[in-house]
Write a protein that binds this ligand. Sequence first.
Ligand code: HEC
Length: 407
Amino acid sequence: MPTRLVIVLITLMLPSAAFALPEGDGKALVEGVCSSCHRASIIERSSGYSRDDWQFLASTMIDLSNNPETEGKILDYLAANFPPSDNRAATPVVGPLKLRFEEWQVPTLGQRSRDPVEDKDGNIWWVGQWGDILGRLDPRTGKMDEARLPRGAKPHSVNIGPNGFAWYTGNKNATIGRFDPATGEITEYPMPDEAARDPHTAEFDADGIMWFSLQGSNMIGRLDPATGEVKLVPSPRERSRPYGVKIAKDGTIWVACNGANCLLRVNPETMDVTEITLPQERTTVRRLDIDPDGVIWWVNSRLGGLGRYDPVSGEIKEWASPSGPKSHPYAIAIFDDAVWYNESGVRPDMLVRFEPETETFQSWPIPSGPVYGGILRHMRTTLDGKALLIHQSGTNHIARVTVDRSE
Ligand code: HEC
């Protein structure tokens, strides 16, 4: 058989790895306009929207208002081919607690805004991962400023460090960056090892040392802001993909494994890494948090659960997440005497509260203006612990959540 024919046949026999949008007027436009930041297959994986909701969703990513004809064709096509469906439906758990969501849409569209964090002055910082943006919101006035980071930094996260500097992780240019809010000056700290490619999530310890994960490089790092020195250690297990980072009151660094069934314990003095192996082999853990008693709470992202690990007794316990095995729990934070996380694999993305005492759940859909769309990827509380800062990376929204006990 001629080689070309063999190739054609093989290609035809492959399962449709390349997603194709359904035929129809507007298909070419959608392919052109909607796949510059992400693949068009993200449209099919969504749970669909009404025409109005497609319009709102698209307006958070790209401005088509100067082109009403193009916009109309795109929206007609999307509404006809991807109407609301329940293909990723959540299983909400109703309960007595009421929440208040305050939302802000950040200025630059489609930037993949994420990881809001509060500074001492009450401003909320975020990064726009796909737009090389560091943003700051004053929630009292709604005023937002965006700073351009070095091109290609693709910041994954931001933390406020000693002296009020904003530190971001340059996930695609192998740097940690320090932004001076007073002058706008950016100082970059490159990784000292070529194999350390992707600074990911960071936390500062009580001494002002920054600890960070490098997911793809399978490492954990330490940066001393006083000297700029970076030290790196590998995770003991290959491809364990160090991800979420938190620091316990005793100074121990805890890291989640997004590629294996483990949590990692890092000794802050020696940087020795110890693995805690979690029981179910297929487990992967995006993030974790530590409660006031020093107990580690973690999400079982791949299997759809919430886990608890007591470092003193070694006891491990797990609960199935309300929306099931495909709910993909992602961000997690201890807040308001409970454990909060989100179910990113379902639509709407659900904010879930778990009360350890009664072992009960309650959950809420996370709004973005009039739609539910997007993913919460990291959440932290405000410094006074009274509010939870969340975001939706799809709809460019940052939000502040408080428990409403007004009645
Ligand atoms: C400027 C970049 C950009 C452009 C252009 C863009 N998007 Fe997006 N889109 C994003 C980002 C960022 C996300 C969030 C991805 C993530 O969280 O991983 C997203 C997510 C989505 C999602 C997932 C929403 C959900 O339900 O979770 C859909 C659907 C989508 N985009 C549709 C579109 C359509 C339709 C267009 C064209 C009209 C478009 N996008 C153009 C940046 C863009």
